[in-house]
Design a protein around this ligand. Structure first.
Ligand code: XIL
Length: 372
């Protein structure tokens, strides 16, 4: 018989590898009174709380209202990616959508982080850049530096933090992926990107962001990211933090969290004197084998709470951003649809913008988090 596991003993559990397979199926499903917004609960412990938001969501007054009430930091979902800002050739820039998001943030006294300067994967790189015939290393380096200088010139330090490089580790092999710049510059691509960001935005928090996660199946991804972080340190690359995307369950069995292996991973990250950010939190219920909404919501909340408790036990974790606050606009609806065709329920608010047990789980995790 499966052993039931409380949150506390899940975290302390000696040799548990997939501790979450033994989860009780029920979380506290009491509807939240929402007495205090999440940003206030977070602030009481020295954390910030926020969400990704895109232009489609910004157009919906319910999203705007929810975001203003609950968040003190936002991040553009797509609007600062190369394929929006710099999609039409080396001399053309389009900052308009991201500018609108920044105006929304500033009007409502929210911080904004930048995502991302370089998504180091060919499938997300503009065609012109993938096909660019660099005549020399120097030319590739100049193009990369000029691009980062242009972004920095436009935004200065109005943002608080940037994902300088996103997802450069191949999750299966743990090796550094090839990309438009690395085919010419090799590992120097990563060094140059961080150096240029530091040069033009000296006070900015500079982040490496990736989706290595705590589920079984992420072992090589975690190893590869640790190797990269050591390489950054050994080569004096100016980096301040690891962005832990925290798409938990995405592509994996949601119940296969490896609490102890995850602790080892985080211990090693912070031993390199790096801060931690939860940059893209959502809890994918794609593989939960029941269509029952209450059960799914309870499991999502329980797993989410276990995860946040562990992340918050590190005082290096300062920011928590969901990748969308509501199920209506969650990217996962299209990315990892359920076999039974039912909409996913991976965020704190349902498609009618009502809070779900995951909302209460986040609130409770903030309340029990140590101060930082
Ligand atoms: C996703 C967006 O949510 C989608 O709208 C877009 O089509 C693809 O990108 N990791 C990241 C984010 O770093 O940029 C991704 O965002 C989700 C996974």
């Amino acid at each position: 018989m499966k052993q039931s596991l409380t949150r506390r003993n899940a975290l302390c559990f000696g040799a548990a590898t997939s501790a979450l397979t033994a989860l009780p199926a029920l979380a506290d499903t009491t509807p939240s009174s929402m007495a205090l917004p999440l940003k206030d609960l977070a602030a009481a412990k020295g954390l910030r709380f926020g969400t990704a938001i895109g232009m489609r969501m910004l157009a919906d007054p319910r999203v705007r209202e929810l975001t203003i009430r609950e968040c003190n930091i936002i991040v553009p979902e797509n609007e600062l990616k190369l394929y929006v800002t710099h999609n039409n050739g080396p001399t053309e820039y389009n900052f308009k959508p991201a500018d609108e998001l920044l105006a929304f943030a500033e009007t409502n006294h929210m911080a904004m982080r930048g995502h991302n300067l370089f998504w180091a994967r060919d499938e997300y790189t503009p065609k012109w850049l993938k096909e660019y015939k660099f005549s020399s290393k120097a030319e590739a380096e100049k193009l990369l530096r000029d691009y980062i200088a242009a972004v920095a010139q436009h935004y200065g330090e109005r943002l608080t933090s940037w994902d300088v490089v996103n997802e450069t580790i191949d999750p299966k092999s743990g090796e550094v992926r090839e990309n438009a710049f690395s085919r010419v510059l090799g590992m120097d691509t990563l060094r140059i990107a961080f150096e240029a960001a530091r040069e033009h935005m000296p006070k900015m928090q500079l982040v490496y962001n990736d989706y290595m996660s705590w589920e079984a199946g992420n072992e090589n991804h975690r190893k590869g990211v640790l190797k990269l972080l050591h390489w950054f340190r050994d080569n004096k690359v100016p980096i301040d933090a690891l962005g832990v995307q925290s798409h938990i369950g995405n592509g994996f069995d949601l119940m296969a969290g490896q609490v102890n292996q995850w602790k080892d991973f985080l211990d090693e990250v912070v031993s390199l004197d790096l801060d931690l950010l939860i940059t893209e939190f959502d809890v994918d219920d794609q593989t939960i084998p029941t269509s029952d909404i209450d059960k799914r919501d309870a499991i999502v909340a329980t797993v989410g709470r276990l995860y946040l408790d562990q992340m918050f036990s590190y005082t290096q974790t300062k920011d928590v951003l969901c990748w969308g606050m509501d199920d209506k606009y969650s990217w996962l609806q299209g990315f990892t649809p359920r076999k039974d065709g039912l909409p996913l329920r991976p965020t704190p608010f349902d498609a009618d913008f009502k809070p779900k047990p995951l909302y209460d789980a986040i609130a409770a995790a903030f309340k029990s988090a140590p101060e930082r």
